[in-house]
Design a protein around this ligand. Structure first.
Ligand code: PAF
Length: 296
């Protein structure tokens, strides 16, 4: 018999941490039954100001309970990636959640999430093999599998993701549309350091010299966007020259796409995306650009 819910499962005045998937699902069903909006912010922890912004965005809705999931998902890391050294700091993450008026933290173990391993997974389609997917085979299958599990376990009516991982956000939107998940996905603009560097849990791996060099990614996007009225070629050439001027930055890709990550249009809304390695740290960034819209 399942235990009835108590004040240990949810408190209106403090954050409650859950590990058991079945239990958090019941708490959320009860909250939604009582008319609350439940907004999920999926994370892998190591929370920073970018995550805080995602949590703050949730309170734009009335009558909201924010659920933050903290789970370093092994399925989305390749064999040579940083799964073992990925920062894990549950206690300080929970403090940040408390500070941001989060109601529930869902922090399962790998065994809680994948008790039988991962035999059935979500296939992202062709976009999953492009851009980030070209250098990280299997990454987006891992992301979509865990995100779909989180949607099913928690059962939110909204889910919030950062635009910094623009391809991830795009694929999650496509998954929600194609697999009919009954929730709305909200994308939140990237939070940046004072000098433009996009906030990322991976920035902690950069030494001071690399940290300085890493500005080249956002600087390249701004320089490209600045000449967008001259069209795609000018954008790519200008952005490329900023990256090339920074010897510590090894470019992986610099591409213009349409906002859904299909081929870039000649004119109109597009997205400029960049990925590069700074030392052994892989960084990504992106920005909107309006192609060919000026008189230049
Ligand atoms: O963006 C992330 O932190 C992760 O990819 C996500 C969405 C939490 C899935 O593990």
């Amino acid at each position: 018999m399942t235990k009835p819910l108590t004040k240990d499962d949810y408190s209106p005045s403090d954050v409650t941490v859950h590990r058991d998937p079945a239990r958090i699902g019941r708490v959320v069903r009860a909250l939604r039954g009582a008319g609350r909006n439940v907004v999920l912010v999926p994370t892998m922890g190591a929370l920073h100001a970018g995550h805080r912004q995602l949590m703050r965005e949730c309170h734009v809705l009335q009558n909201t309970v924010v659920v933050v999931s903290i789970f370093v998902n092994p399925l989305q890391f390749g064999p040579s990636e940083d799964l073992d050294r990925y920062p894990r700091q549950l206690e300080s993450d929970v403090d940040i959640c408390r500070d941001e008026r989060v109601g529930l933290v869902f922090a399962p173990s790998v065994e809680d999430m994948y008790p039988a391993g991962a035999q059935v997974t979500v296939e992202p389609g062709p976009l999953g093999d492009e851009l980030e997917g070209a250098s990280r085979p299997g990454h987006f299958g891992g992301v979509l599998t865990v995100v779909s599990k989180l949607f099913n376990i928690v059962g939110p009516n909204y889910a919030v993701f950062g635009q910094k991982d623009y391809q991830q956000l795009t694929l999650i939107r496509k998954m929600v549309r194609d697999l009919n998940f009954p929730l709305d996905v909200v994308g939140v603009p990237t939070v940046r350091e004072f000098d433009g560097l996009a906030l990322s849990s991976r920035n902690v791996y950069l030494d001071p010299e690399q940290r300085q060099a890493a500005i080249a990614l956002s600087a390249a996007l701004s320089a490209g966007a600045h000449v967008s009225a001259q069209g795609a070629e000018a954008v790519l050439k200008t952005a490329r020259s900023v990256i090339d001027a920074s010897p510590l930055v090894e470019l992986d890709y610099l591409e213009l796409r349409d906002p859904d990550l299909g081929p870039a249009p000649e004119n109109g809304d597009a997205r400029l995306l960049v990925a590069a390695r700074v030392g052994s740290t892989r960084l990504i960034d992106n920005a909107p650009v309006l192609l060919g819209a000026g008189d230049e």
